[in-house]
Design a protein around this ligand. Structure first.
Ligand code: SAM
Length: 344
């Protein structure tokens, strides 16, 4: 015997105690954002009574409260376990290793779209000396090598040994391309030695983005250009009938997970302070309609669990949040700002 969606919603609404019909629909609206139609609510109540999953308490007419029976409580538990299984299979439960995470993120349509804007803004010329700061696995090195041609030089820079190893494998077949393990706060590079600096989602992680921008100013030649793509995590918007739940999730990311969550919007100001002239700021807003795709980037379940531990969401809210995301339709977006700045 399966319960349909309307019956399941009524059972869930009664989980915390007896309610009369009108209050059942109010509780359903709080959970899902919509009320059941009158026919659908009375149909669900009648079917649940027939199956002895709910029972009437003493009371007057339509104000007579209903409660879950023991059988109803067991059915609800089974249905919720089945849903949790679906959510468990849908959402990633283990943290992927850093290399795998970066590799697959770079192959998404969403990343490709803003990275193309970044590459166009870089305007790298043949013979140029190009730096990719925080190059990660080196995914951008082939495109930079093509732009610089064999006459130019490309240097990927990252402080993580594993990233440097992976990027060096990529660089091996590319003319004029090498990878350096170094910290972008203090680089072993000569003043005025670079034509272009590309950086993609690096500054959000840095201990001191202003110091790194001062270093960019030092390393660039006059007229040289820095192009940086950085998210503004305060713009992370996820659709849910109760807007407080995505707000709490976003607040958790900005307060606890990302070191510089607002760097996207702050970067033009910090770049000007470092002596660079900001030439353009282009917002690109990746949109996710597939919850699995979004999960691979946002770690929806992992970060929801952390949000519960941090007190940003209750267990119950976390359940409502993930169940709704798993059922769909799904929509999420976050704005990445691509800033172009030049050394005067
Ligand atoms: C979010 S990943 C982006 C990787 C790469 N830009 C890409 O698009 O695939 C950030 C990278 O910055 C590197 N990183 C973080 N802090 C750094 C620092 N202080 N100096 C150099 N690299 C750093 C990390 O090791 C990581 O590879």
């Amino acid at each position: 015997m399966r319960t349909n969606d309307a019956q399941m919603l009524v059972l869930s609404a009664l989980a915390d105690g007896p309610l009369h019909g009108y209050a059942v629909n109010t509780a359903i609206e709080r959970m899902t954002g919509t009320r059941l139609g009158r026919g659908s609510l009375s149909g669900a109540l009648a079917r649940l009574r027939d199956k002895q999953l709910i029972a009437d308490l003493p009371g007057e007419g339509r104000r007579r409260p209903v409660r879950l029976t023991e059988r109803g409580r067991r059915t609800l538990g089974r249905e919720l376990d089945a849903l949790a299984d679906v959510a468990g299979q849908l959402f990633e439960t283990v943290v992927p290793d850093r290399i795998a995470y970066q590799e697959r993120l770079n192959t998404t349509d969403q990343a490709r779209a803003y990275q193309q804007v970044l590459l166009d803004a870089l305007d790298a010329r043949p013979g140029g000396h190009l730096l990719d700061w925080g190059c990660g696995t080196g995914a951008a090195l082939p495109a930079l090598a093509r732009a610089a041609t064999a006459r130019g030089r490309v240097l990927g820079i990252d402080h993580d040994p594993a990233m440097v190893r992976r990027a060096a494998e990529r660089a091996a077949g590319l003319p004029g391309t090498a990878v350096l393990r170094a910290d972008v706060h203090r680089l072993p590079l000569a003043d005025g030695s670079a034509d272009r600096i590309r950086t993609d989602r690096l500054l959000q992680h840095l201990a001191d983005p202003a110091a790194a921008l001062a270093e960019a100013h030092r390393v660039l030649r006059p007229g040289g250009r820095l192009v940086a793509a950085e998210p503004d995590w305060d713009t992370l918007a996820v659709d849910h009938p109760d807007p407080e739940l995505p707000r709490a999730f976003t607040r958790h990311l900005t307060d606890r997970i990302v070191r510089n969550p607002l760097i996207g919007r702050q970067l033009p100001r910090l770049a000007e302070r470092a002596g660079l002239a900001v030439r353009a700021v282009v917002p690109v807003t990746p949109l996710y309609r597939d919850v699995r795709e979004a999960d691979r980037v946002l770690g929806l379940r992992r970060n929801t669990e952390r949000a519960v531990a941090a007190g940003h969401l209750t267990e119950r809210q976390a359940g409502q949040w993930l169940d709704h995301l798993a059922r769909g339709p799904f929509l999420a977006s976050v704005t990445v700002l691509v800033t172009t700045a030049e050394k005067r």
